[in-house]
Design a protein around this ligand. Structure first.
Ligand code: R5P
Length: 223
């Protein structure tokens, strides 16, 4: 999709020589990573911290050297995609199952930039089922507790049974009605025993790169 390429490539403007960069996961930030690989061939020098095994592989293919948290104190900029973005720049993430590492790496960054094609921009979060990472033990009970908060839920499946995240956990996709108070919902979900993390990213994105109705690139900053 051309919109993903446009916003994904625009994000490289936030990255300067010598930076440590959090590398998100998904089909939009794919274009950011590919462009960074190209710029590295032209002399840019950065280090990356990948948010998933998939991104680790892509970064390796692109020649981006990777570091772990043992080797760094902070990340300068993290670039990542989103499944939904509301007007306050709260996000739903985790459609690709990478939300836990993504949230750790977004939080560790001085600046968190989101790349989102216009279809991701919504008035209220919630049309996209919220991904919630849970430990396999007691998943049926954890699922019931999530339903008590008003969601219809599905344990995500893969070819041979439940989908497993890079961390060996399951993902429950929870369809809530319009999420009017994402801050409270994020907290309530994380208080349920068995929930490791959920895909609500509130007050985290510093800026979102998207396209307006005229297909022009816009950078929305969090106020
Ligand atoms: O787990 C996956 C991530 O949160 C992605 O960043 C998100 O699903 C958006 O992916 P895409 O850019 O492919 O729509």
């Amino acid at each position: 999709m051309i919109e993903k390429k446009i916003v994904g490539e625009k994000a490289v403007e936030f990255i300067k020589d010598g930076m440590t960069v959090g590398l998100g996961t998904g089909s939009t930030v794919y274009y950011t990573i590919m462009k960074l690989g190209q710029l590295m061939k032209e002399g840019l020098s950065i280090k990356g911290v990948p948010t998933s095994i998939q991104t680790e592989q892509l970064a390796n293919e692109c020649g981006i050297p990777l570091v772990t948290f043992k080797e760094i104190n902070h990340i300068d900029v993290t670039i990542d995609g989103a499944d939904e973005v509301d007007p306050q720049l709260s996000l739903i993430k985790g459609g690709g199952g990478a939300l836990l590492r993504e949230k750790i790496i977004a939080r560790a960054a001085k600046s968190f930039i989101v790349v989102a094609d216009p279809a991701k921009m919504v008035d209220y979060l919630g049309a996209f089922p919220l991904p919630i990472e849970v430990v396999p033990f007691g998943v049926e009970m954890t699922n019931k507790q999530i339903r008590l908060l008003g969601a219809e839920t599905k344990i995500r499946s893969a070819n041979n049974g439940p989908y497993k995240s890079d961390n060996g956990n399951y993902i429950i996709d929870a369809k809530f009605p319009n999420i009017l108070d994402p801050v409270t919902l994020e907290q309530k979900l994380n208080m349920i025993p068995g929930v490791v993390e959920n895909g609500l990213f509130n007050q985290m994105a510093d800026a979102v790169i998207t396209l307006n109705a005229d297909k022009q690139i816009v950078v929305k900053n969090r106020s």
